[in-house]
Design a protein around this ligand. Structure first.
Ligand code: RIB
Ligand code: CA
Length: 316
């Protein structure tokens, strides 16, 4: 049975790869729509980039919507240093023919939930969670239509990647994360503890070079190489993670990952630790275990899945 999904994203180099893997997994998932949020770059670019990836891959039957241009309460923080000033530096950027839908992303998600069966829609959140939190705030009674929320964000044992304490998505809109993890909806989180287990090694990068030359493999190479250069410059690391992609791989082959039910809470007051995900990994507080916190990744299996599926994407 295919999973009905909505991908909420802020393309973004790794978001772009996640979208391509989703387009290569239509035997497993049914993409109801792509919603975009401000994050890696401003909303006007994340929505354009989502449409651009669709157009480059010849995906004309999936609608793209734009949502919130800033977090619920905080000022927007962006990440051009990782993704480039237009969010997808490295690939040729043009205004796609694929239109941005007039309907706002929040309204789109609400309307999909209204017509859905109970617990039938999986929401994939791979940017700041502002759009998703807005849906839950506006229409709390529609929670029962959501099967699960799968998130890329947060960190515990791996520390922060935008401040010493916080991962970027959770730092940008910590209040939105707290709303989502307090919703009683099944939530699975891929934090840096997970995504740092699947870094693009030199061996994997060479295997990507051996793939057939297509639009998709070209984008894969460029995105990874741009991300790698940013990681080298900022962290002195030569093997970058491709964070968001793990959430889509989880939809395709969940057995590649292992999680642990934990209580997770988000810092929303102290500026020192704003956005930090406090994971009660050892269940010391006996608080509600509100999150499936992914802590084991079969990296070899993940990259085998990614490369095999990306290679199936035909020319535009
Ligand atoms: O910290 C990594 C996350 O922040 C990823 O989703 C990346 O795309 C950025 O949004
Ligand atoms: Ca992202």
């Amino acid at each position: 049975m295919k999973k009905d999904i909505i991908i909420d994203c802020d393309p973004g180099q790794d978001d772009a790869i996640a979208l391509m893997l989703a387009f290569a997994a239509l035997d497993k998932i049914n993409i109801l729509g792509i919603t975009t949020v401000a994050g890696n770059v401003q909303l006007k670019m994340t929505q354009r980039n989502a449409r651009l990836i669709c157009e480059k891959l010849g995906v004309y039957d999936i609608s793209v919507f734009s949502g919130c241009e800033k977090p619920l309460f905080r000022n927007l923080v962006t990440a051009e240093e990782y993704h480039g000033e237009n969010g997808l530096n490295g690939i040729d950027i043009f205004e796609p023919k694929i239109p941005l839908q007039d309907k706002n992303a929040i309204q789109f998600i609400i309307e999909e939930l209204k017509k859905a069966e109970s617990e039938s829609i999986s929401i994939i959140g791979i940017g700041p969670l502002t759009n998703i939190a807005m849906v839950l705030l506006q229409e709390p009674h529609l929670k029962k239509k959501i099967k699960e929320i799968i998130i890329m964000g947060g960190s515990y044992f791996e520390g922060g990647n935008v401040t010493a304490a916080a991962e970027f998505n959770f730092y940008v809109d910590p209040h939105a994360v707290q709303i989502v993890i307090d919703s009683d909806i099944p939530v699975t989180i891929f934090g840096l503890d997970a995504t740092h287990q699947a870094r693009v090694s030199k061996k994997i990068r060479h295997e990507i070079d051996d793939l057939p030359e297509t639009v998709a493999t070209d984008i894969l190479k460029v995105s990874i190489d741009y991300f790698a250069s940013a990681y080298k410059e900022i962290y002195g690391q030569s093997e970058p993670p491709i964070h968001d992609v793990l959430t889509i791989a989880y939809l395709i082959e969940p057995g590649l990952f292992e999680g642990r039910k934990c209580n997770v809470s988000i810092e929303t007051t102290s500026e020192l630790t704003m956005g930090a995900s406090v994971v009660d990994y050892w269940n010391l507080t006996n608080k509600k275990k509100n999150v499936n916190w992914i802590d084991k990744v079969n990296s070899e299996g993940f990259f085998e899945l990614l490369l095999n599926r990306i290679a199936t994407l035909k020319e535009n």
